[in-house]
Ligand binder design. Structure first.
Ligand SMILES: CCCCC/C=C/CC(=O)SCCNC(=O)CCNC(=O)[C@H](O)C(C)(C)COP(=O)(O)OP(=O)(O)OC[C@H]1O[C@@H](n2cnc3c(N)ncnc32)[C@H](O)[C@@H]1OP(=O)(O)O
Length: 360
């Protein structure tokens, strides 16, 4: 099958997210194929002998001769695909020593009654997710996907479910904002992919307010049980960001484009009942009985035949998995471009200095 323009654009996004530098040789090949696919045969004057970089690029492009644009596009997509899978191979292979479950105070992982419970446990910061917590969750989901538990359940300690991405995650980056954005985009892609790929039922027990990525992720869950104290807020425009975790795809599908825009573009905060009415939440429980009722229900669900639930989930998800990967990769590439922008920096400054301002 020939690579479409969309495949080509996806590959262009994927290249930006490669974990490993593919080396000069491959980068020259990518450059040459890109130029051939977009401009056709080399049409530039040959650079001088001492202009080493441009000469190497020219040589690589010129070497493709009259290769048709479509073939160059296909070769580019194939090359990127092979680079992506080889850069991901270690994390998909068997667990290395450095990947063994680590003790983490901010993400608690317990297994009981057939349920892996993953708890955001940073209540003094409203359970905001640090870079390490993203990594801990990836690992927890990976372990839970192959252990003998039947389902995984997320919840939060304290009054919040989760206040989203820790806004200070990248403020102390030593390598500059561009490098931080690039590392963040890769981490975000792997984090969201681990939810797309999780093979067992995945449930959220939303004990209180949820913000940002903790809300958008819910579109990838199989069940969302909320206390009537919970709220759902995605203030992306206010933060100079765009919606992640495939919510630009899952939310309109779930609630229709008008209601999705109200949340994702205009940042409307929903009550638990409003979120239920939009299809984001499975069921709302009164705060007074929330924990007892929900956990009793989940323990019953965890007694259902695990293999049947796995197969059913696979059937539900399999036709859109590719789409979800694509949307995720696109979003991560967009995040890479947005993060260094002024709107994002301004929103960060406003948050970091809000208490100081309030005292003035
Ligand atoms: C790998 C990269 C992935 C990137 C993925 C991108 C995701 C996008 C998002 O998730 S966007 C959403 C980001 N979250 C927010 O914008 C929420 C910011 N927080 C708040 O608005 C408020 O703190 C609140 C409404 C959640 C709670 O307000 P309240 O007044 O009740 O409490 P405080 O503000 O005093 O908060 C208590 C302490 O917690 C710290 N904190 C809360 N949320 C965050 C956060 N998201 N990041 C960092 N820190 C947070 C807050 O600073 C207080 O700490 P302090 O006591 O030390 O001042």
């Amino acid at each position: 099958m020939r690579a479409s323009q969309q495949d080509f654009e996806n590959a262009l996004n994927q290249v930006k997210l490669l974990k490993k530098d593919p080396g000069n040789e491959v980068k020259l090949r990518l450059y040459a194929l890109y130029k051939q696919a977009t401009d056709g045969p080399c049409n530039m004057p040959k650079p001088g002998m001492l202009d080493f970089v441009n000469k190497a690029k020219w040589d690589a492009w010129n070497a493709l001769g009259s290769l048709p644009k479509e073939t160059a596009r296909q070769n580019y997509v194939d090359l990127v695909s092979s680079l992506s899978s080889s850069s991901e191979a270690p994390s998909q292979g068997k667990r290395g020593a450095d990947e063994k479950a680590r003790e983490s105070k901010d993400i608690l992982v317990t297994s009981e009654d057939g349920i892996t419970k993953i708890t955001f446990n940073r209540p003094t910061k409203k359970n905001a997710i640090t870079s390490q917590m993203y990594r801990d969750i990836i690992l927890a989901l990976k372990n839970a996907s192959t252990d003998n538990t039947v389902m995984a359940v997320f919840t939060g300690t304290g009054d919040y479910y989760c206040s989203g991405n820790d806004l200070t995650n990248f403020t102390s980056a030593t390598g500059g904002i561009e490098e931080a954005a690039s590392n963040g985009a890769v981490l975000l892609r792997d984090f969201v992919n681990s939810f797309i790929d999780f093979p067992k039922p995945l449930v959220a027990v939303v004990n209180g307010p949820a913000v940002g990525i903790s809300v958008t992720l819910l579109g990838l869950f199989d069940g969302v049980f909320a206390s009537d104290r919970a709220t759902f807020h995605t203030p992306f425009s206010q933060l100079g960001q765009s919606p992640e975790a495939c919510s630009s795809y899952t939310f309109p599908k779930m609630m229709g484009s008008a209601k999705a825009a109200e949340m994702l573009l205009f940042g409307k905060k929903l009550t638990a009942r409003e979120a239920w009415a939009q299809g984001l939440v499975t069921e709302v429980f009164p705060e007074s009985t929330f924990e007892t009722e929900v956990w009793t229900r989940l323990k019953t669900y965890a007694k259902l035949p695990p293999n049947v639930m796995r197969i059913s989930k696979e059937l539900i998800r399999k036709h859109e998995k590719q789409k979800l990967y694509t949307v995720n990769a696109e979003k991560c590439a967009a995040a890479l471009e947005r993060m260094p922008r002024e709107e994002y920096a301004k929103a960060l400054r406003n948050f970091l200095f809000r208490k100081a301002k309030a005292k003035l």
